[in-house]
Ligand binder design. Structure first.
Ligand code: BG6
Length: 734
């Protein structure tokens, strides 16, 4: 307060008031930085000006405060003013121009978060292909706080400029200025994973940055003073701006409402928020092989877990604390961990124990990127917001369920990793088991992350371990010029690692008992696809004759081309009373034209910054998922399950057809005659449409760095591994 007193608050308040009134009248106050441009997402008729008047007022108030208080270089007062300005933006947008609010999500961090993101393994593939690009997208869209540093840490000897150069090629370069700004926030530090020295340096650097970012942190007294000034200014603006506010296109009363809203917000929010320090956040992203997790986690805990001013290092919660001036409420230290989490139940538990010895569960974010996919996230809504679906989601109506993952390329380049895991550990135990849990769980008590995860754990625990007879395994062999799995030089000669698996499980509870659920996944298949197919029973006592081959199916396709559709029987249009299969179709590219679906990593990192663990795997979920597959995996490792060869680019081993039929699946007589001809006016035959879908998939794979095989899409004749009709399925429909 003593430093602030050097600037006469009355004078500051007068200047603020003048600036606010001037802004309300649409005049730019001399010497005051204009407010940043606000992109109004859906401007209402009365909100056409580029900067809503209320925001202008808020900006002017803050800027004037900053200008006035900054005359004598009083950093505390400047910061107080800036905090006021920030709050005003948020509150004014909230009350006056909600449509612009989304553009200001960055401010959902309260404008007060200083965030350090540390990417461990920064020189690796995952970091450059996934982590940094996702961070860049968040940065570009304004979802990262303005006070941000992204520190890369890895063993490679590299300078910060070298890291930036390396990353540049992986960022979407549409907006060069933004790329440069992002790269400026990125730095690099070399260090070992198994020695304390590097982490000590890292911890020191993080604290130094946080200290620097905390200079000028407003104390409660400063904030109260700034609040009083802002309130006075806004009251004056409301009273005096009358004509002025309208002159800049505001509807009558907006300025007054803005002032009232801001004053109320300032009164309640700012006083409440006032604390001794800013919010600090440290997010450690472990883009590393799990074998180093235990030592990395220990070193991070010992050297990098305590925020500047104390806090974050405690065991119980995000803030913890060791006394002294603590960072503000909501400060955090969190870890994002990548799979694989062990290779069976025992090793996963051992890993979890060694991590858990240093980090409590609430600071751990185990990423499963399938939980970041749009339609996986939609599962909760689909299940519990639509009686039309929830009514038949049980053993009385559903005959069987298939959860399918198909990739049109083999292990090219990463056989080393894959060979020691195989397809069940790589995809089924994690990604597809998560989908299974969301699909079959009961309604959670609330949307609280732990309520949702409780239900997932419950249903996973109802699933009996998969038996040997409940599995078909395959390994791809060379075909049509494409190499077989064993031709991959990074694969052990003679390896028996499955690249395809179909596993049947049953949920032993009242809702699902007796419904076979087939989870199948394979590499080097005929297409790219991740989908869930829920097949209903044949209608009883059909008056139309046998309808067994025209069963209803609800399909949720995660990729490519997100879609939810239901296959159903309809009267064939025309004079005759014939019927045929058609579909209710919610294809996202159609229904949500122009909507960009964010990348899974983008969403999940943002969730972590926000402290939302809903889409991250809790330790007991992981344990329950491993329990389902561990006995089978041990049997497979012991060579007790036959391995069927299948040609590269086919639909998988032939043996799977019978397995799927035995699981109750009935191939429907379904062939889509004409797929949205308006999309492809020049292509109308199913074969042409299928070819277009294959090309699109290949292009996507090439773009994502995965080597898509040439000609790998050739289907393998009638009846496929996915039990789908051999008739061409236009536009990628099942
Ligand atoms: C990864 C697996 O977790 O998921 C890969 O390790 C697999 O083998 C990938 O290719 C699939 O992810 P997506 O998002 O392309 O379906």
């Amino acid at each position: 307060m003593s430093r602030l007193a050097s600037k006469d608050l009355d004078t500051a308040a007068r200047e603020i008031a003048n600036a606010a009134a001037a802004a309300a009248a649409g005049l730019a106050p001399p010497g005051i930085a204009p407010p940043p441009p606000v992109a109004v997402a859906k401007p209402g008729a009365s909100m056409q000006s580029a900067v809503p008047p209320a925001v202008a007022i808020g900006a002017a108030v803050g800027a004037a405060a900053a200008g006035a208080a900054g005359v004598d270089g009083n950093a505390h007062a400047v910061a107080a003013a800036a905090a006021t300005q920030q709050l005003l933006y948020e509150q004014l947008l909230e009350h006056v121009c909600p449509s612009a609010r989304d553009e200001w999500k960055a401010d959902s961090f309260g404008g007060n978060l200083r965030l350090s993101i540390v990417v461990l393994g920064a020189s690796g593939d995952l970091a450059k292909k996934k982590t940094y690009p996702a961070l860049y997208q968040l940065f570009k869209k304004g979802f990262l706080p303005r006070r941000l540093q992204i520190v890369g840490y890895a063993r490679s000897r590299m300078s910060t400029p070298e890291l930036r150069e390396r990353l540049r090629g992986y960022l979407d370069t549409g907006d060069c200025e933004c790329v440069e700004q992002f790269l400026n926030a990125c730095s690099y530090m070399h260090g070992e994973y198994d020695a304390a020295e590097g982490y000590e340096r890292l911890g020191t650097e993080l604290s130094a940055w946080e200290a620097q970012m905390s200079v000028g942190t407003p104390t409660k007294a400063h904030l109260a003073a700034a609040t009083a000034a802002a309130q006075a200014a806004l009251a004056q603006a409301a009273a005096g701006a009358n004509g002025g506010a309208q002159a800049v296109g505001s509807p009558p009363g907006v300025a007054a409402a803005a002032a009232a809203a801001a004053a109320a917000a300032v009164g309640s929010g700012l006083h409440g928020a006032a604390g001794p320090g800013p919010r600090l956040g440290r997010l450690f992203y472990l883009a590393l092989p799990p074998v180093v997790y235990p030592q990395v986690c220990e070193h991070l805990r010992n050297h990098c877990a305590t925020l500047f001013g104390g806090g974050g290092g405690g065991g119980g919660g995000d803030r913890g604390g060791r006394g002294g001036a603590q960072p503000a409420q909501g400060s955090f230290v969190r870890l994002i961990l990548e799979k694989p989490f062990g290779s069976d139940l025992a090793s996963s538990e051992a890993l979890a124990n060694s991590i858990g010895a240093h980090w409590p569960e609430e600071q751990l974010y185990r990423i499963d990127h399938y939980l970041g996919k749009e339609l996986v996230q939609n599962m909760l809504m689909l299940r519990f917001a639509n009686p039309i679906f929830s009514a038949f989601f049980n053993r009385h109506y559903i005959s069987n369920i298939q959860i399918t993952f198909k990739e049109p390329f083999g292990t090219e380049g990463r056989g080393g990793y894959f060979d020691s895991y195989g397809i069940i550990r790589d995809v089924i135990q994690n990604h597809l088991a998560q989908v299974l849990a969301l699909l079959t769980m009961e309604a959670p008590v609330s949307l609280h992350p732990d309520d949702i995860r409780d239900e997932k754990v419950k249903v996973l625990r109802c699933i009996a371990p998969a038996g040997l007879g409940d599995c078909v395994l395959g390994q791809y062999v060379a075909d049509k010029g494409q190499p077989g799995y064993l031709d991959d030089p990074t694969v052990h000669p003679g390896s028996r690692t499955p690249t395809f698996a179909a596993v049947r499980v049953f949920v032993r509870n009242e809702r699902w008992d007796g419904v076979p659920i087939v989870i199948k996944a394979g590499k080097a298949l005929n297409e790219r696809l991740a989908a869930v197919r829920i097949q209903l029973r044949t209608p009883p006592a059909s008056i139309f004759g046998p309808l067994d081959h025209m069963r209803n199916e609800l399909v949720v396709r995660f990729q490519p081309g997100e879609a939810i559709y239901a296959k159903m029987v309809v009267k064939k249009p025309g004079l005759e009373m014939d019927f045929e299969m058609s579909e209710l179709d919610l294809s996202y590219p159609e229904r949500y034209k122009g909507v960009v679906i964010p990348d899974a990593y983008e969403r999940l990192i943002l969730d972590c910054i926000r402290g939302d663990q809903q889409h991250f795997v809790r330790r007991d979920e992981l344990r329950a998922a491993w329990a389902i597959f561990t006995p089978l995996l041990h049997a497979i490792d012991a060579g007790a399950v036959p391995l069927h060869p299948y040609p590269y680019g086919s639909r998988g081993p032939a043996a799977v057809d019978g397995f799927i039929t035995d699981s109750g699946y009935v191939r429907t007589e379904y062939s889509w005659q004409q797929a949205h001809p308006s999309h492809h006016p020049q292509m109308s035959t199913p074969a042409q449409l299928a070819a277009a879908a294959r090309e699109a998939a290949a292009a996507r794979d090439a773009a994502s760095g995965a080597a898509a095989p040439q000609g790998a899409a050739a289907a393998s004749g009638s009846g496929g591994a996915d039990g789908v009709s051999s008739a061409p399925t236009p536009a990628g429909k099942l």
